[in-house]
Design a protein around this ligand. Structure first.
Ligand code: NAD
Length: 257
């Protein structure tokens, strides 16, 4: 147990996905009670069951983060069950389509912005009041290297992650006087379902081309490999722990160089 999250209550959105599951399990291993939020009930419950099998405490709340009522519901269920929110991993996201900007479907752009930007905004809007009231709390928004660099063929995704960093800076400054911290992580390529989908998109559905895309992405990473979800979770743990008590409004890049 590297951190002490005993008596802490955490919410993890996208908690059924690769990074969200690793983070949820790690929070639990370090003592936190975890509310796992996801659109996929099956994936979210799998995370909760893994936590319970290890003797931890967790609950699943189904939510579509684009819907404000769903956000209010996961916040309220957390308060009803555990009375407070100490840790918030605002992590649910979608990669969208892989195609040039001039061909990019407008409705996919809108849908992606709704998940990756509106969903993150609504999470902040409804979780932060509880943290402000208790004068403590730590939030990590999952941005991306795509929030810092050009993302050819992923215009909406790149724009959305730039927006996540903008919200992180604003929220971090606004709530700092209340003892609440808001930071972002910027992973490079991570070994999750999302990257399988992106590889497939770059390969235009052809599996050999998808494998070539993967090799190219690995080759452009200085340490030569994808991150494992656990490595991203480890950075998140640092950012929600007291070890990072003077870090706020920041983006931390975790991309193998
Ligand atoms: P993933 O696809 O394994 O997990 C994403 C999860 O979000 C899924 O469980 C999905 O059901 C959930 N989700 C999607 N839309 C939702 C909605 N509307 N409401 C609620 N839940 C929803 O991918 P991951 O790699 O674990 O991604 C987690 C976060 O990390 C995302 O924000 C992603 O953009 C970011 N990220 C991933 C990578 C990578 O290489 N995998 C790199 C940088 C950043």
């Amino acid at each position: 147990q590297a951190f002490d999250f005993t008596e802490k209550v955490a919410i993890v959105t996208g908690g059924g996905g690769g990074i969200g599951r690793a983070a949820s399990i790690t929070l639990s291993e370090n003592g936190a009670k975890v509310v796992v939020v996801d659109l996929s009930e099956e994936a979210g419950l799998l995370t909760v069951n893994k936590i319970k099998e290890n003797g931890g405490e967790a609950k699943f709340v189904k939510a579509d983060v684009t819907k404000e009522d769903d956000i209010k519901n996961y916040v309220q269920k957390t308060i009803d069950s555990y009375g407070k929110i100490n840790i918030f991993l605002n992590n649910a996201g979608w990669e969208g389509k892989i195609m040039p900007l001039i061909d990019y479907p407008t409705e996919v752009f809108d849908q992606l912005m709704s998940i990756n930007v509106r969903g993150v905004f609504l999470g902040l809007k409804h979780v932060l009041p509880h943290m402000i009231e208790q004068k403590s709390g730590a939030v990590v928004n999952t941005a991306s290297g795509a929030g810092l660099l050009a993302t050819p063929n992923m215009v909406a995704y790149g724009a959305s992650k730039h927006a996540v960093l903008g919200m992180t800076k604003t929220a971090g400054v606004e709530v700092a006087p209340h003892g609440v911290r808001v930071n972002a992580v910027c992973p490079g390529v991570v070994n999750t379902a999302m990257m399988r989908s992106i590889e497939s998109g770059f390969g235009q559905g052809d599996s050999a081309a998808a494998e070539t895309a993967r090799k190219q992405l690995e080759a452009t990473t200085p340490d030569g490999r994808y991150a494992e979800p656990q490595e991203i979770a480890n950075l998140m743990m640092y950012l929600v722990s007291d070890l990072s008590s003077h870090i706020t409004g920041q983006e931390l890049v975790i991309d193998g160089g």
